[in-house]
Write a protein that binds this ligand. Structure first.
Ligand code: SAH
Ligand code: DHB
Ligand code: MG
Length: 222
């Protein structure tokens, strides 16, 4: 098996089940134009998030890490008319580009981008008793993933689905003495996930057009 085959199969699935409309294509194009890294979820991962939001019958979604709004658009399109997605983004440039992409995608009425660090914004949301959210997608900076997960649990209810991107990192999570703080961040998160008895969780390895990685899925127990 080789990466090329995984990529071809991912494209086959995308063409069948996750075709991108102009707004999604433009969201990806805007990243190059604005000198923003191409680290959005893939089309199939976006569709996966949309299917999960639909399964959750999500009305309120929380996202950490907006980038250009690509994953935001996929998820927002699963929301009912009065649904709402709050996406937290630390970089005002990313947030500005994302807002344009979200406007173009026709989901601006459902999406609110909050500019600032998730680390600063989440405690205030907990204090104000915002939520509970039906689905939470964690995809911001990797070193504090464990802390983000603990904060997310406080914005959740029994049945909430918490999804965390990039928890396998090309298999580098197997390295016992990594000095990459993204790797150690997700290792710490994965261990916490295994010890958190209030959720039922699994990690799905992901292969395809992006590098080998994985998404953690955790459902808060009833
Ligand atoms: N979810 C996006 C990709 C997010 S990439 C998609 O799939 O389309 C990660 C994003 O998290 C970047 O835009 C980065 O600026 C942002 N970020 C980094 N640290 C953050 C923090 N502390 N709080 C909120 N966002 C953060
Ligand atoms: C990185 C971040 C992501 O969210 C992602 O999906 C891929 C890579 C990164 O910071 O390297
Ligand atoms: Mg990611």
């Amino acid at each position: 098996m080789n990466g090329r085959l995984f990529e071809k199969v991912d494209i086959y699935i995308r063409d069948l089940l996750a075709p991108e409309d102009m707004a999604l294509k433009e969201a990806i194009r805007s990243l190059d134009a604005e000198d923003i890294p191409q680290i959005s979820v893939s089309a199939n991962q976006g569709k996966f998030l949309q299917v999960m939001a639909t399964l959750c019958q999500a009305v309120n979604i929380l996202e950490l890490g907006t980038l250009g709004g690509y994953s935001t658009i996929w998820m927002a399109r699963a929301l009912p008319e009065k649904g709402k997605l709050i996406s937290i983004e630390i970089d005002p440039h990313h947030a500005g580009v994302a807002q344009k992409n979200i406007d173009r995608a026709g989901v601006a009425d459902k999406v609110e981008i909050r500019v600032g660090s998730a680390f600063d914004i989440l405690p205030g949301m907990i204090e104000k008793k915002e939520g509970p959210f039906d689905m939470i997608f964690i995809d911001a900076d990797k070193p504090p993933y464990a802390e983000y997960f603990l904060l997310a649990l406080q914005l959740a209810r029994p049945g909430t689905l918490i999804i965390c991107d990039n928890v396998i990192r090309e298999g580098k999570v197997l390295e016992e003495d990594s000095d990459d703080d993204k790797v150690t961040g997700v290792q710490r998160f994965n261990k916490l996930l295994s010890e958190t008895t209030s959720v039922k969780a699994i990690i799905l390895p992901t292969v395809g057009v992006k590098e080998f990685d994985g998404m953690a899925l955790a459902v808060v127990c009833r």
